[in-house]
Design a protein around this ligand. Structure first.
Ligand code: B12
Length: 207
């Protein structure tokens, strides 16, 4: 799996796709394969930060990751017939990173949740509107840029102002998000993986 992460970091598209297929054929779990690819994306980010890579390389890495997702998502299983509850999810205002958000959407759907995916660069009012329309009890905010923390804080505040909390639980996530970001934004919880999002949604739906 380390080879897979490094091949992705080196932007070796054909090798990455072949290794993903090989791992699947060997019976490896899609979530483990995704984890290895995410490690590769972390390396890509580091190379960008150090000046070795440019935005065009970030774009190529994103393109490879999307092809990996296209192979893995069908084998992760489709949405269950019985919905375990509704979740509204999106990447916050000012941020267009959606690879991690899309993974969270897929994992939640594969786990039986009805997910309303609002896309990227979503303003606070749109999240509130979607919850009013769908009656969702769980909201997920994704963001990878430091500036996204303010957009997350504004979005949480918009739910408070609309009088929808504590009936609606809000989770946040994305690369740099951690406990202190959660405290800053006022969200109910944070998660570092798509599985963490599934665990939080499950816990809140059952409560
Ligand atoms: C690919 C990439 C891009 C692609 C995005 C393509 C796309 N469709 O998403 C493109 C090229 C468009 C891009 C653009 C930019 N990028 Co960029 N990008 C990245 C990169 C290399 C990988 C991100 C990624 O996809 N990771 C893989 C996914 C699977 O991981 P993830 O998003 O963290 O998601 C996982 C978890 O976090 C979690 N999760 C995610 N969301 C949620 C939500 C909830 C509720 C929960 C519980 C969990 C959860 O589950 C996911 C699965 O495990 C990162 C580097 C990095 N290390 O993150 C930089 C990075 C995020 N980018 C960065 C920058 C600077 C930019 C640009 C400003 C560059 C520029 N000068 O134009 C622009 C910003 C555009 C904008 N307004 O948003 C910086 C941000 C620095 C900062 N502190 O703000 C980073 C960190 C690179 C770096 N080290 O400098 N980028």
């Amino acid at each position: 799996m380390e080879t897979l992460a490094h091949k992705l970091a080196d932007l070796e598209e054909q090798d990455v796709l072949a290794l993903v297929q090989q791992a699947l054929d060997q019976g490896m779990e899609p979530s483990q394969i995704f984890d290895a690819c995410r490690q590769g994306m972390v390396l890509v980010g580091e190379r960008y930060e150090s000046g070795e890579y440019f935005v065009s390389d970030l774009m190529l890495a994103a393109e490879i990751f999307k092809q990996v997702a296209a192979i893995l998502e069908p084998v992760m299983g489709g949405a269950a017939a019985d919905t375990r509850g509704k979740v509204v999810l999106g990447t916050v205002k000012g941020d267009i990173h959606d690879i991690g958000k899309n993974l969270v959407v897929s994992m939640l759907r594969a786990s039986g949740f009805e997910v309303h995916d609002l896309g990227v660069d979503v303003p606070p009012a749109k999240f509130v509107e979607a919850v009013k329309e769908t009656g969702a009890k769980v909201v997920g905010l994704s963001g990878l840029l430091t500036v996204a923390f303010d957009a997350m804080k504004e979005t949480v505040a918009a739910f408070d102002e609309a009088g929808l909390r504590p009936g609606v639980k809000i989770m946040i996530g994305g690369g740099p998000v951690n406990e202190s970001v959660q405290a800053y934004t006022g969200a109910d919880a944070w998660g570092d993986s798509a599985q963490a999002a599934v665990n939080l949604a499950t816990q809140w739906m059952e409560a």
